[in-house]
Design a protein around this ligand. Structure first.
Ligand SMILES: [Zn+2]
Length: 697
């Protein structure tokens, strides 16, 4: 240790602790590179020779086996920074700068804090005081070198990997169904069961064109699919389990099954929190793509075909169905619903009804993953409405709660202001007291001085009274003012919300934001009724039960009264007349439309009401052929007579087909040369006269 080093260490440093930071990048280095670890621990001696007592040297070695590339997951380094910034460290010991930080940002931050808290840094080459410009420059340079070193190491490794990948020789873990031979070549797995399973997967997808259907097929046939263990003591073993949707998708997307070698399909990036983000790269940007690099299960054309089929299918299942920020759709509970049966988040599906989007809430992730029926499917319109009512009803007490909290906060601030004013009064009183004492101490004969002191005392007394009055006035005024404002605010809040909520111009997205401010989540469970468990922010909760929503066909069903009316009317009226009568009474079809002959006919059929034809026949009506025979005319002639009223027909359907009343004892006869209209009139007259005759008799 040089003379210079001893000069930098001062008594103020020695009163604080020395921190020895020890790190090795990987666990392997910890086990194998023990020499370096020992050298790091030996640094303690240096601190002792600088004057630190052994028991004041604290060793931080919790980061053994952690890389120095970032401070994010290095607990020890974070502790070191904390100790330094709290001013507890007199010196920080580390074998090299790279042990402390390979990242310039972490390093410079540490230097900055050391400089502020007057902490020294010691490495194998000497002692540095980060508050000195020269030392800081040197330390900064060392940090940059260390970062550059890491970069060069990484670049060399990466360069090697890229070169190998470009030749298609890089070892990449083969997907299920492939293995590496002893010569380092990739081949189709000779295990027949594995091979057949993979082939069956591709075959089923070829047949069905859907990943979901493939999963279902495997589930129905109770077939299992192989997967390889990648970690742990059983690494490399093949285990068999049910096929999952995500696995099918991964296999279909993997170009290796088409015999291609690929490198650079994904990019990984580290976040500030130290997590890794994996991003899929579009095919044009893949670094290496060598087709026909090895044998495959399908050819390249089929691979591309599969991808485009998947793309066409993908609308029903995608990333946008996860929990998400509020979107424009009208499903108010989007992203807040939990399934009461399995605990997973529920998703939204819309369908159109009467030109409006109506939400359905579904729990389908498990079902999709394993090819089973979906867990729950609940129409959402009624639920949304109920939740809206609940919010409007619940908001009043909630608001008052909030307002009370605000009031309490304001109260405490007021108290503080009060205290300050009281202090002012105290001060005025003290000054008045001082002036009084000065006045009392003076010789009363010394009129000049005594007079001016008396005036001063009076002045101070006046100031004191003013201060007291001001204090009291302010206190009462402040409190009154705030109270009024608060009351107004409470009233405004609890009255504006329902209005805003029910305003049709409020966008759905805003409503969803409001809901999210008030609700934590809603759990849905469907049994013989709908159970809603609503959790409010802040812990309150409510349970609601709703009747099961009607299915679509139930909602469109014609009411039983209408059906009974039709049944009654069918005795005396054909379809068009029934429709007109129903419309007259203001009745509507199940779909809310006015009745037509066609609708009435359909209702008669679907409710199996006795057809009008049967009713008329039962009442003794004759068919066209029968009446034509009785009249002795061609059926066509009978029809013409009916049209002109010579005989009476009753329509039994919407097409003017009729059944006929018996013509009676005196049926109309053929009479050529006489106009039909004249005959009708004559017949009417005859009918009248027979009646008269009967009366006479
Ligand atoms: Zn579920």
């Amino acid at each position: 240790m040089t003379h210079d080093a001893h000069q930098k260490v001062k008594a103020s440093h020695l009163t604080r602790n020395a921190y020895l930071y020890i790190r090795q990048s990987t666990l392997r280095q910890v086990l194998e590179n023990t020499e370096s670890t020992q050298r790091q621990y030996a640094l303690r001696q240096n601190a002792v020779s600088l004057g630190w007592q052994l028991d004041r040297i604290i060793v931080i070695d919790t980061d053994l086996g952690q890389s120095g590339a970032s401070a994010a997951d290095r607990e020890g380094f974070q502790r070191l920074v904390t100790e330094v910034s709290l001013g507890r460290a007199g010196i920080v010991l580390g074998l090299e700068v790279s042990r402390l930080a390979r990242n310039s940002m972490d390093w410079h931050r540490l230097l900055e804090i050391c400089a502020l808290s007057d902490t020294l840094i010691l490495d194998e080459d000497g002692v540095y005081d980060p508050a000195h410009f020269n030392d800081r420059l040197l330390l900064g340079l060392k940090g940059t070198m260390s970062e550059a070193e890491l970069h060069v190491l990484r670049a060399r490794l990466q360069g090697g990997i890229r070169n190998k990948a470009r030749r298609g020789e890089l070892f990449i873990r083969p997907p299920m169904g492939f293995i590496y031979t002893a010569e380092g070549k990739i081949e189709i797995d000779p295990d027949q069961q594995v091979q057949q399973s993979v082939r069956l997967l591709f075959e089923t997808f070829r047949r069905t064109g859907s990943a979901m259907a493939t999963v279902k097929h495997f589930a129905e046939q109770e077939l299992q699919f192989p997967r390889r263990v990648h970690t742990g003591p059983n690494k490399g073993d093949v285990i068999w389990a049910g096929l999952e949707h995500s696995r099918v998708l991964r296999i279909l997307h993997n170009p290796r099954y088409a015999g291609a070698f690929v490198y650079g399909r994904t990019h990984t990036r580290k976040t500030v929190e130290g997590d890794w983000i994996i991003r899929h790269v579009p095919r044009e940007e893949w670094e290496v793509l060598i087709r026909q690099a090895h044998a495959g299960y399908i050819d390249w054309d089929e691979y591309e075909q599969n991808l485009s089929r998947l793309h066409a299918n993908c609308q029903a299942y995608g990333a946008d169905r996860r929990q998400s920020p509020p979107r424009e759709g009208p499903a108010l509970l989007q992203g807040l619903l939990m399934c009461g049966r399995c605990g997973k988040r529920m998703t939204v599906r819309y369908h159109s009804r009467h030109g409006r989007l109506v939400p359905d809430y579904l729990c389908q992730r498990e079902g999709i993953e394993h090819g089973e029926p979906i867990c729950q499917h609940i129409p959402g319109a009624g639920i949304d409405e109920k939740i809206g009512d609940l919010l409007v009803e619940a908001l009043t007490p909630v608001t008052i709660d909030v307002a009370l909290a605000v009031q309490q906060e304001l109260q405490s601030r007021l108290d503080e202001a009060d205290r300050l004013r009281q202090q002012q009064v105290e001060r005025a009183r003290y000054e008045a007291e001082l002036a009084r004492r000065r006045y009392l101490r003076v010789d009363p004969d010394n009129r000049l001085v005594a007079d001016s002191l008396e005036a001063e005392w009076n002045g101070k007394l006046r100031l004191l009274t003013e201060a007291q009055e001001a204090c009291e006035r302010q206190c009462t005024q402040d409190r009154k003012l705030i109270d009024d404002q608060q009351r107004a605010a409470i009233l405004a809040l609890s009255t504006t919300f329902p209005g805003l909520w029910r305003d049709p111009t409020t966008p759905d997205r805003e409503k969803k934001r409001m809901i999210r401010l008030l609700l934590e989540d809603v759990t849905l469970l469907r049994d013989d009724r709908l159970n809603l468990h609503v959790r409010f922010k802040g812990g309150a909760h409510r349970s609601i039960q709703l009747p099961l929503p009607q299915c679509s066909w139930e909602q469109r069903q014609t009411s039983p009264e209408v059906v009974a009316t039709i049944d009654r009317l069918l005795d005396h009226h054909p379809y068009p007349e029934i429709a007109a009568k129903l419309n007259e009474q203001g009745l509507q079809s199940g779909e809310g439309k006015p009745f037509t002959a066609r609708i009435v006919a359909r209702l008669q059929r679907s409710y199996r009401l006795t057809p009008r034809y049967d009713r008329l026949r039962k009442a003794g009506m004759l068919t066209l052929e029968e009446i034509a025979k009785i009249l002795g005319v061609h059926p066509q002639q009978a029809r013409v007579w009916n049209r002109h009223g010579l005989i009476r027909g009753h329509a039994y359907n919407g097409k003017n087909d009729c059944l006929y009343e018996h013509p009676g004892e005196n049926p109309p006869r053929k009479a050529q040369g006489i106009k039909l209209s004249a005959r009708v009139a004559a017949r009417a007259l005859a009918a009248q006269s027979t009646k008269e005759v009967q009366y006479e008799a």
